[in-house]
Design a protein around this ligand. Structure first.
Ligand SMILES: O=C(O)CCC(=O)C(=O)O
Ligand SMILES: [Fe+2]
Length: 250
């Protein structure tokens, strides 16, 4: 099943915020640390539905970079490669990752323009991220006045990763990054960890993939997603994007 339409059902009726969030405590922690985890972001059921929806989707795109260029491949095309071709691709990717910025993961992009979104549950989640209740929560926790949240679904399979970067892109006006985790029962040793890098080359902290938790961190912050190891029994599923201020910008 692809992108099942959810007719006549506004985002706020499908997803709602957990009413028990301690916003002042979250804001205090974010101000202190520049990052925060909001466990159980949604009322019961929302994250489960989203995960099931993403597991049903067949329109994932594999994205990887070659230097400054982005390479994409529809996921089913990977299955058509021979074992040798896949190994050659992996070798190139890992050699390049050893030298500089590199990534490979799978994505379903969501249009920034709400009017151009379809009716899938994923599209509705993007609508919800831009609804009044969520924007208010995000602004209170991060003490900003963002007015737009972009979004994409991501899946990191074994061997996928994202090396260190700080998310700052000129003209995008990103104030914070977010990762909404949809991976239950994830073991840290399976990799796919969101790691925060200290100036001294040590790890300042990080998050193990989780289910239903929203992780927020300030831009710029140096971070990476560690290699998903061969012991991972499923893909690392998330919805991720940035909190942005568009009003008053060109
Ligand atoms: O998925 C994550 O934990 C972080 C992803 C990320 O850093 C990015 O897409 O820029
Ligand atoms: Fe990032």
């Amino acid at each position: 099943m692809i992108a099942s339409p959810v007719a006549h059902d506004p985002a706020s009726e499908i997803f709602s915020l957990n009413p028990d969030l301690d916003v002042p405590a979250l804001a205090k922690a974010y101000a202190r640390d520049g990052r925060i985890e909001i466990r159980d972001l949604l009322s019961a059921g929302g994250a489960d539905r989203l995960r099931s929806h993403l597991l049903d989707r067949r329109d994932w795109t594999i994205v990887m970079n070659a230097g400054d260029r982005v390479w994409e491949m529809a996921e089913p095309a990977l299955a058509e490669l021979t074992g040798d071709q896949r190994r050659t691709l992996d070798d190139k990717l890992y050699r390049s990752a050893g030298r500089g910025f590199q990534y490979r993961f799978r994505t379903i992009r969501i249009d920034d323009d709400r009017a151009r979104r379809g009716g899938s549950l994923l599209d509705r989640f993007a609508d919800f991220m831009n609804g009044a209740a969520m924007l208010d929560l995000l602004n209170r926790v991060t003490d900003t006045d963002i007015d737009f949240v972009d979004a994409q679904a991501t899946r990191y399979e074994q061997g996928d990763f994202l090396t260190a970067h700080d998310d700052a892109v000129e003209g995008k006006h990103r104030h914070a990054a977010y990762v909404f985790g949809l991976s239950p029962d994830w073991r840290p040793e399976a990799g796919g960890l969101l790691l925060f890098h200290g100036d001294d080359g040590q790890i300042d902290g990080g998050f193990t993939p989780a289910f239903g938790a929203l992780r927020l961190f300030r831009v710029p912050t140096l971070h990476s997603v560690s290699f998903v190891s061969p012991i991972a029994s499923s893909g690392r599923l998330s919805i991720t994007g940035w909190l942005r201020r568009t009003a008053g910008q060109d």
